[in-house]
Design a protein around this ligand. Structure first.
Ligand SMILES: *[C@@H]1O[C@H](CO)[C@@H](O)[C@H](O)[C@H]1NC(C)=O
Ligand SMILES: *[C@@H]1O[C@H](CO)[C@@H](O)[C@H](O)[C@H]1NC(C)=O
Length: 291
């Protein structure tokens, strides 16, 4: 039964050819884009080797709002011409044409609204395919300021430290540490607001209770993956007055040292030195007054 063997051979060969011939859109699954900068959604068309010189007839890039929806067209090529693309979206290849299998999308000025899923649909003269890919938009947080209410911290009275951070995406967190690196975040509150451009503002509030006041607190802002993006040290130099002596408790030195951004640790050191010198002088004066 040689003919049976031949038939089987032909059948197998046909199957292999059918499987081998393909047009596929392959995309990088995860693309990360920085707010305000260019983002690349990388997709290329792969064809089997028996497809010689494929020509693209249609490319449609759509932004999806849910996995099932039609999507919002951002860039399209159809019948030898580009549809009018949405502002700020173009093919990543500078002089892209229907022979170029790199159909990557370039977003020129990434906004928070660009975060999400995109579908790339392709029709060629040898077959068609589509693929969904994702853009994760990130923006870096920075700390604007740390201040206290009341502005002058008086020993043994209640006050609140406030730390304001903004301009980040996705939602991050504010954490508080004292000079011994204990985490006070649990006793703090964080308020989150989102501005029109989609960026988050985080406001952390740390209440300082009577008698529990450290001299230095650090406000740290972490991005959504828990990585530190900025920090500010708030220095409280309290004046411990000898009871019934001297002027009212005042703050002699309250500074905000910004480590990450300006690295101006020197200011802090100078402040601490001044404080110790000043305190030593006071103690001396006090001792003299006792004699
Ligand atoms: C596609 O084109 C973009 C822009 O020129 C380039 O950055 C990217 O590496 C290309 N991808 C492939 C797989 O060639
Ligand atoms: C957090 O920051 C790290 C380091 O800069 C970065 O690799 C990561 O992608 C960031 N994550 C988010 C969600 O912004």
């Amino acid at each position: 039964m040689a003919s049976g063997g031949t038939l089987l051979f032909i059948f197998t060969a046909l199957c292999v050819t059918a499987v081998k011939r393909f047009v596929k859109v392959e995309c990088k699954a995860e693309n990360v884009g920085q707010y305000g900068q260019q983002s690349l959604l990388e997709c290329v068309i792969k064809t089997s080797t028996d497809i010689k010189d494929p020509t693209i007839r249609t490319v449609a890039w759509k932004k999806l709002t849910s996995p099932e929806d039609e999507g919002d067209p951002v860039l399209g090529f159809n019948r030898w011409k580009l549809d009018r693309p949405k502002r700020g979206y173009r093919f990543a290849e500078p002089s892209w044409d229907e022979k170029n299998m790199n159909v990557s999308l370039l977003i020129t000025n990434t906004a928070v609204a660009d975060d999400g899923d995109y579908k790339c649909m392709v029709i060629t003269d040898s077959g068609d395919d589509s693929m969904v890919t994702n853009l994760e938009v990130q923006a870096r947080y920075s700390i604007l300021t740390v201040y206290s209410i009341p502005e002058k911290i008086v020993p043994n009275s209640e006050s609140t430290l406030i730390c304001e951070s903004r301009g980040g995406y996705p939602k991050g967190t504010i954490r508080w540490f004292d000079e011994e690196k204990h985490d006070w975040t649990g006793s703090s509150e964080m308020e989150v607001t989102q501005s029109d451009d989609g960026l988050f503002q985080l406001t952390g509030r740390l209440p300082l209770f009577r008698g529990s006041t450290f001299q230095r607190y650090t406000c740290v802002v972490l991005n959504a993956s828990g990585v530190k993006e900025d920090e500010i040290i708030f220095e409280i130099s309290l004046f411990f007055s000898v009871v019934g002596q001297g002027p009212e408790p005042i703050e002699i030195c309250k500074i905000v040292v910004r480590l990450v951004v300006t690295g101006s640790l020197m200011v802090g050191l100078l402040c601490v030195l001044l404080f110790y010198r000043w305190r030593a002088q006071r103690e001396y004066a006090f001792l003299v007054s006792l004699i």
